[in-house]
Design a protein around this ligand. Structure first.
Ligand code: GDP
Ligand code: ZN
Length: 317
């Protein structure tokens, strides 16, 4: 935790130093990428203007959440000329196994599960690992508690497994509004992407968080063809208290990218902690003698599903 904080501070200091160098010009301004589609980039400038920009060639990939520098080329035309260094880039694996970028500069990944479809804890552990690898803080949301016979029960043991590991677990219902005050406060001062498999309620949650935006999209859709496109394009929305939600309609149920060049144990805090007590300091906790993790698993001191998922990811990594 302390290490991450220091990194963020360092990055901020570097950014501030760059600010002085790069924005010291009348026709250049800083902005935030709100959306990107069809070769056009919608940027919100620091003085909160929305401008449509073209992209300077060879800049490479640009995604929602990128901090950029725009140049006023005259006649009300703008182009993005630089992308500031990213804190992180959320990536996913598409249907054909290719790595795709989802959004940049996130602070929070909200992993949404539900009572129906039932939670897939392996997928949850993959999301957690992916978030840890990409330096994004994950939070776990369990939706549709109105479908549980005993709503306050810790169905599927989510709270008992993940809370002690330091993850927030929030039970909500997009149908009844249960837990929404707490849910809304989770977005304060964060840049968040909502993820989870199809049907868990991500669209319903997004609609509840952004009612006026949904109405606007519906109006555009009714008015012209382009509107339909708009609903599929990722877009950054402002929420109260300096919150940002990057909605990724086409890929909310994305497959998380698990980086093969980073340790699997990064997503398993309890295993990482025990590793210091293993006999070998390069222990993979698979079949090594003197392994504190294997012992803890046999003694049921760590959750069996977590250890099994660790081994499964070790195998695929
Ligand atoms: P998405 O695929 O994750 O975006 O899920 P949707 O928001 O489209 O929701 C899938 C279905 O679950 C829809 O029929 C919703 O009306 C329903 N749904 C969403 N939230 C809740 C909830 O809290 N309780 C119940 N009972 N149904 C819900
Ligand atoms: Zn070990």
């Amino acid at each position: 935790m302390a290490r991450r904080k220091l990194n963020q501070q360092q990055k901020k200091r570097i950014r501030n130093a760059q600010d002085v160098v790069l924005t010291n010009s009348e026709n250049h301004m800083d902005g935030l990428v709100i959306s990107h589609h069809g070769g056009f980039i919608l940027v919100e400038t620091i003085d909160t203007r929305l401008i449509e920009c073209k992209l300077k060639s060879n800049l490479g990939l640009i995604v929602c959440g990128d901090r950029v520098i725009c140049e006023d080329t005259g006649n009300d035309e703008f182009r993005v000329v630089a992308i500031r260094p990213r804190d992180n880039l959320l990536q996913r694996i598409d249907g054909s196994g290719k790595i795709r970028s989802v959004a940049a500069n996130l602070s929070q990944l909200m992993i949404c599960l539900s009572a129906k479809p039932e939670p897939n804890l392996f997928l949850l552990d993959q999301y957690l690992l992916s978030a840890e690898h990409q330096n994004i803080n994950p939070v776990i949301i369990f939706n549709k508690i109105d479908l549980l016979s005993v709503p306050e029960e810790d169905a599927y043991h989510l709270k008992s497994i993940y809370h002690p590991l330091g993850y927030s677990v929030l039970f909500i219902s997009a149908k009844t509004g249960h837990g929404f005050d707490q849910l809304k406060s989770l977005f304060d001062n964060q840049t968040t992407v909502l993820s989870g498999v199809s049907g868990v309620g991500k669209s319903s949650i997004t609609r509840a968080l952004l009612p006026e935006v949904v109405i606007k999209i519906a109006e555009i859709s009714a008015a012209n063809e382009e509107g339909r496109h708009t609903t599929r394009t990722s877009r950054l929305y402002h929420l109260p208290n300096d919150g940002h939600l990057i909605d990724t309609p086409g890929v909310r149920g994305f497959n998380p990218l698990v980086e093969s060049n980073q340790p699997v144990s990064a997503g398993f805090r309890e295993i990482d902690e025990l590793a210091a007590r293993c006999r070998f300091n390069n222990c993979k906790h698979f079949n090594e003698p003197g392994c504190a993790v294997i012992k803890a698993a046999l003694d049921h001191e760590i959750t069996d599903s977590r250890y099994q998922h660790y081994l499964r990811l070790l195998d695929t990594g």
